[in-house]
Design a protein around this ligand. Structure first.
Ligand code: ADP
Length: 480
């Protein structure tokens, strides 16, 4: 049986800030169904909900050297959907309110990377493939080569590194890297970890892993050019034969309009009555005028530049001239939080700004809204557009990365499509697309057909999990 260990900084339902957590919460279960022994290892944050903490049990402990310090490293475990999740416990590093955003994030995840490799021995689980996700796990393949490969149980481990967002790279001074990892100077040359005067966790993962993946084919192509490449495009071009694009699925159990316990009422593509009920209840709860016929645009996102929010800022007044409601859920940059908060007063009865992370409200917006706006500047995969389609909410997206790969643009001549797309990063191009969608909303017959197509589209993990399995198998010469 193929043994996979995934290392990542977040996994749903234990800890989530974005799409990475969704993937780590649902892909392992999909791979399990395909016959792999998949396990996940992540930090034990104090923010893990208490009801889930009760299911986590102490397994063993060791100490990890961090420069001159010797840090305690507890290893705990829980089971979720048949998958074993391991947790690295260290109060000093992970007993914090948030997952990220601290001055010592570099040190925290340097500890995590070392702890993962130390844990393998303790756990008596030596994987065939060690699958690392994003910069927080990027130094694991480096440390494996530098320090562990020569030890017997680590001889044959193959490595895979997945890029969920190239923008976040874990770049710190070389002096810090020296302190955390005690690697020789030979690791800090420009062809290795050195990166514009500092050193990069992400670059480590990109260079030292046998296979690279990212979360859509379009993003895999885009990041090989300088506009999307975040200064890693040269390296990615050099490794293009090892780089694969596999689009994410969504969790079909969590996001199911027919069974979702977080909705006001359930519905299906064959009985859409409940969708309007969800909108009406949402309007009531958000103190918006209650009117089931008014089109509602949802926006659920981290409020950061990546998500194309400056386009919205530019034409917000033009959008809100229409009889429409805009429901925003998210937090992030102050300028965008303020933009939407101010709009609540500026356009009375038209905007609801919910500046927080709220899973229940997210489900209710996905279900209650008619349109879902995602005009990203870049988008490795994006989950919001797929989740919204599952709930019959038609996405409006910019043609980039996973948005391009998952949304079929409505074609007024053939009637085909499951959403709306625009090409250029241009506020008026987005505005025209919104206007077109609002216009079409009046045509109930066409709209219902598009909703039906969206809800019939397959965004499950099935196909993508097979592709991961094929990639793992392609590494068999390392571990057999
Ligand atoms: P990213 O990973 O860049 O944040 P994705 O679209 O891949 O973007 O994934 C975002 C995930 O986080 C989706 O599941 C989305 O519903 C969820 N999400 C984002 N912001 C919030 C929020 N404020 N409250 C609840 N869920 C959120």
């Amino acid at each position: 049986m193929l043994k996979i260990l995934m290392a990542a900084s977040e996994a749903s339902p234990y800890a989530k800030t974005g799409g990475l957590a969704d993937v780590l919460g649902s892909l392992p279960a999909a791979l399990l169904k395909q016959g792999a022994d998949v396990r996940v290892i992540m930090p034990k944050y104090s923010s893990i909900p208490s009801e889930l903490k009760e299911g986590i049990h102490h397994r063993c402990y060791s100490y990890v050297r961090m420069g001159w310090r010797n840090q305690y490293c507890g290893i705990e475990e829980a089971e979720y959907r048949g998958v074993t999740y391991y947790f690295i416990d260290n109060q000093y590093y992970f007993n914090r309110d948030n997952l990220y955003g601290y001055g010592d994030d570099g040190e925290r995840f340097a500890f995590f990377c070392q702890a993962v490799l130390a844990a393998l021995h303790q756990l008596d689980f030596i994987p065939d493939v060690l699958h690392c996700h994003d910069w927080q796990a990027g130094m694991i393949p480096v440390l494996l080569e530098a320090k562990y490969r020569c030890q017997e149980p680590y001889h044959n481990i193959a490595t895979m590194f997945s890029i969920h967002n190239l923008k976040y790279q874990g770049v710190y001074g070389m002096n810090h890297f020296n302190d955390w990892f005690s690697l020789g100077e030979e690791f800090f040359t420009p062809d290795k970890l050195e990166f514009y005067g500092g050193a990069s966790f992400l670059k480590g993962g990109l260079l030292y892993s046998h296979i690279l993946t990212t979360v859509s084919q379009s993003y895999a192509n885009e990041i090989q050019n300088s506009f999307y490449g975040e200064q890693m495009d040269g390296l990615l071009r050099a490794r293009q034969n090892s780089l694969h694009g596999i689009v994410n699925g969504i969790d079909y159990e969590e996001f199911n309009p027919e069974t979702d316990p977080l909705l006001y009422c359930t519905f299906s593509k064959d009985n859409m009555d409940g969708k309007k009920e969800n909108k009406i209840n949402l309007q009531r709860d958000l103190q918006l005028p209650v009117d089931g016929e008014l089109p509602m645009i949802g926006l659920i996102s981290r409020l950061v530049d990546q998500k194309g929010l400056d386009l919205i800022a530019h034409v917000l007044g033009d959008i809100l001239r229409y009889p429409v409601q805009l429901v925003v859920l998210g937090s992030g940059s102050e300028k965008y939080e303020r933009l939407f908060q101010d709009a609540v007063n500026q356009y009375p009865g038209k905007v609801s700004a919910n500046i927080r992370f709220d899973n229940t409200l997210a489900h209710r917006i996905y279900a209650g809204a008619d349109l879902f706006l995602m005009p990203s500047l870049f988008e490795p995969c994006g989950l919001g557009q797929m989740i919204s389609m599952r709930y019959g909410t038609l996405p409006i997206v910019r043609e980039t990365g996973g948005l391009l790969d998952t949304v079929n643009a409505y074609n007024e001549y053939t009637g085909e499509g499951n959403g709306f797309r625009f090409h250029n990063y241009n506020a008026h191009e987005m505005l025209f697309t919104i206007e077109r969608a609002l216009h079409l909303y009046q045509n109930k017959e066409v709209w219902s057909k598009l909703q039906y197509a969206a809800m019939s589209s397959d965004y499950s993990w099935q196909v993508s999990a097979c592709r991961y399995m094929d990639l793992y198998q392609s590494l068999h010469h390392y571990f057999q």
